[in-house]
Design a protein around this ligand. Structure first.
Ligand SMILES: [Zn+2]
Length: 299
């Protein structure tokens, strides 16, 4: 039996942000303390993943945190969780080779100067191909915290994963120059055909659950709901910008927030979203997309 090892590493993230009061640059520092319950790189073969050793994992997590701050405009996010914090305690778990699910606990106040969170990465993808195990997605949960709508929250995490993550939920698409909108159009049309054949739920049933208030995951295929939620969040960002979309996700408390913050209610917004998806000209068949994914994963 392997002896469980606990490893701790320290990192310092320097973030410069403009101080509104004086206009001078002010430095905000977040120290990251990584904690491990065991030596995952000894226990599993992660050599083919994007985190082949502990050092690479820590460097990747650090850079994802910085890139996500920039992408979403949430510098100093840890001070919203604990105003006196300057340290993030990040506990990592990697599940065994059969683990397909990744998850995170929200950042929470720990000691006076600490925010603590945990992420668990599914080992299945990590031991098979060049994947980060949805690390960018999970870190986004930690940094942004819970939203009134789990659909908006997970849609946002998927957007970050697809934008800065390695081997996102659409493997090989970035490498083939296929934008999310084009990929999603193909996926949406494929879902319609599958529903007609009785092989998948009707896209409309999924669309109905997207953007709703509530913290419960709806029944039905999780990945399909995630894809539609991501598409909706991307639509909001494209129409209203990142700042207002983030305000909705973070400050919104119920569905009335759509009207209050974006000026349209959820039904109007979803009508606009689906019209924009229908208007995209489809360039690839589902089979072509599938072949590209396979080619990428076999490299
Ligand atoms: Zn998630």
């Amino acid at each position: 039996m392997r002896t469980a090892k606990k490893r701790i590493a320290f990192y310092l993230i320097m973030i410069c942000c403009a101080c509104a009061a004086c206009g001078k640059a002010e430095e905000k520092k977040l120290q990251i303390v990584f904690q491990y319950q065991m030596d995952y790189w000894d226990a599993y073969d992660l050599s083919g993943s994007s985190i082949p050793d502990q050092k690479e994992f820590e460097a990747l997590a650090q850079s994802y945190i910085q890139e996500t701050e920039k992408l979403l405009g949430i510098s100093g996010w840890w001070e919203k969780i604990n105003p006196g914090a300057d340290t993030l305690i990040l506990n990592l778990c990697i599940t065994g080779e059969t683990g397909s699910v990744s998850r995170a606990s929200y950042g929470k106040r720990a000691l006076d100067n600490e925010v603590e969170a945990g992420i668990s990465l599914g080992g299945m993808a990590l031991t098979k191909y060049h994947s980060d195990g949805f690390l960018a997605h999970e870190l986004t949960h930690v940094m942004v915290g819970p939203s009134f709508s789990i659909s908006l929250e997970d849609g946002l995490c998927q957007y970050v994963q697809g934008t800065i993550g390695l081997t996102s939920h659409m493997p090989g698409m970035k490498e083939n120059g296929i934008a999310f909108e084009q990929y999603f159009k193909t996926y949406h049309e494929y879902c319609k055909i599958s529903a007609e054949e009785g092989a998948a739920p009707k896209p409309q049933d999924i669309i109905d659950s997207v953007g709703k208030a509530g913290r419960q995951y709806p029944e039905g295929p999780r990945m399909m709901w995630m894809m539609y939620s991501e598409s909706f969040v991307r639509y909001l960002i494209s129409q209203y910008g990142t700042d207002r979309t983030m305000e909705l996700i973070i400050a919104g408390e119920e569905e009335g927030a759509y009207e209050k913050i974006l000026g349209k209610n959820l039904t109007e917004l979803k009508d606009g979203w689906i019209s924009s998806v229908e208007a995209v000209e489809q360039q690839y068949t589902w089979e072509e997309i599938g072949r590209m994914e396979q080619e990428f994963l076999q490299k």
